[in-house]
Ligand binder design. Structure first.
Ligand code: BGC
Length: 469
């Protein structure tokens, strides 16, 4: 995926109800053309007091030693593990198993990350192990071992990846039955037709002009629904379609973000929200990051689109809220950066969440909650331009996943959505899906294709982790 930047000039305080601001057109606003969409009229940060992120105790959210060999994600046929006609509308309060009393999976105040063990993706552990085998430095190895206890999301980035979902969820349930306490799984729904329309690195397999909408519904969402319904005794958090609705807000008319694509995003995201609406599935729609929808006009546009799509989905009860900073590098709080802030009053992600919460409130969505991806935002000052989203050199892992970290409105958790070490996009021009942003001076151009393991980058993220591992 590729996270964009779009610029609005506005001088209002972050979280205020926004000034009008000028929209600078989208041509210069997206990730493929960087921030520079006009001259900032003020460098006014105006973001208020930076909010402390507090002391995060990684041990409280670690799953401990999950043995990847016992929880293989191998190619499992979803049809063999599905229970078939499960009624998704019935409430699933019990996790089953032999625990006495049975595990009550009800989420405290509706927050699926609270009072839960956060399930570690065994597939990620396997990737980390491959890196551990490649290094000799014992201190570095020890740090890498710690990463094996941190939850990262399980990305459903292709139709074929869906076949691995039952084993992933079975493993989370197995752990829940061993611990006799709720275990929360984290997945990403990411296979829209015409995916990643404003960039190239994560262009997907489905295309509207090749029956993509029907295939998305029948070959992708329908089996996911069936599998999730068959796992109703556990909590599942789902990030819905990174980049898609924000691209409609600011990048319409650029690259491949045409009207048909935008309508397809709206229709298919609404379809996903409606179909995956189950009591044990907590959906978080991707809501970009502060360097994209942070300007008040952009927030308003984004909030309006989110509200329209949620309404089109029938206002599903289990759209818990929004995910921000997915796969991006934006820090939680204000730090001095090399690049200009371009009048963005929402400089840090915590301020951005506050501002987005009020923009959503104005659209009647005041009940929504947030999660922030902190997987690679531990280090600031690593890019010359806010719009650089691809394999930025010098990145470090950020705050560990943690429920109710405080610091922003209705913040459910810090989460690691982008698995650190997975590439953002191939770095060598001439390769399929090469995006020029992956060849920028700040980008590590040794990178393989998006989603593939990039050992050297993982080493860097581990070494630069802040807080340290
Ligand atoms: C890629 C996906 C991958 C995900 C997680 C995205 O940028 O397009 O294929 O699963 O990152 O690494």
């Amino acid at each position: 995926m590729a996270t964009s930047v779009a610029v609005i000039l506005a001088l209002t305080a972050c979280g205020g109800d926004g000034g009008s601001g000028d929209t600078n057109g989208t041509g210069g606003g997206g990730n493929t053309s960087g921030v520079g969409a006009g001259t900032p009229t003020s460098s006014g940060v105006g973001a208020g007091t930076p909010t402390s992120t507090g002391n995060v105790d990684p041990t409280t959210t670690s799953t401990g030693n999950v043995d990847p060999t016992t929880t293989s994600t191998g190619n499992v046929d979803p049809t063999t593990t599905s229970t078939g006609n499960v009624d998704p509308t019935t409430s699933a309060a019990s996790g089953g198993g032999n625990c006495s009393p049975a595990v009550d999976i009800t989420a405290p105040s509706g927050n699926p990350f609270a009072d839960a063990t956060l399930f570690v993706d065994p597939g990620y552990v396997t990737k980390v192990d491959s890196s551990i085998a490649m290094v000799t430095d014992t201190a570095l190895k020890a740090k890498m071992e710690k990463v094996k206890e941190i939850q990262t999301a399980f990305w459903l980035d292709t139709i074929s990846a869906v076949s691995k979902l039952p084993a992933y969820l079975d493993a989370a349930l197995k752990l829940q039955n061993e611990l006799c306490k709720p275990v929360t799984a984290l997945i990403v729904v990411y296979d829209l037709p015409n995916r990643d329309c404003h960039a190239k690195a994560s262009n997907g397999e489905l295309h509207l002009n090749e029956n993509g909408a029907q295939r998305y519904k029948e070959e992708y969402i329908a089996p996911i629904k069936q599998i999730l319904a068959a796992h109703s005794g556990q909590r599942i958090a789902a990030v819905i379609e990174p980049d898609s609705l924000p691209n409609i807000a600011t990048n319409l008319g650029t690259e491949n973000c045409d009207e048909a694509t935008a309508q397809g995003y709206r229709d298919n995201v609404a379809h996903a929200l409606k179909e995956l609406n189950m009591p044990h599935v907590y959906q978080y729609i991707d809501a970009a990051h502060s360097g994209w929808l942070g300007w008040p006009d952009n927030q308003k546009k984004g909030a309006k689109i989110f509200a329209e799509v949620i309404k089109a989905a029938g206002s599903p009860a289990n759209v818990r809220g929004f995910a921000t900073n997915v796969a991006n590098y934006t820090q939680l709080s204000y730090t001095t950066e090399k690049y200009e802030q371009q009048s963005n009053p929402c400089y840090g992600e915590l301020d951005y969440v506050d501002a987005m919460a009020s923009a959503l409130s104005a659209e009647g969505l005041g009940d929504k909650h947030f999660i922030i991806d902190t997987s690679r935002n531990g280090v600031g000052n690593i890019r010359d331009d806010w719009g650089y989203w691809c394999n930025n050199k010098g990145a470090g892992m950020g705050q560990r996943p943690k429920a109710n970290p405080g610091g922003a409105t209705n913040l459910d958790a810090y989460v690691w959505v982008k698995p650190p070490g997975d590439s953002d996009g191939v770095g060598q021009s001439g390769q399929p899906r090469y995006d020029s942003f992956c060849g920028m001076p700040n980008a590590d151009t040794r990178a393989p294709q998006a989603g593939q393991w990039f050992h050297d980058y993982f080493v860097e993220c581990v070494k630069n982790a802040n807080p340290p591992l």
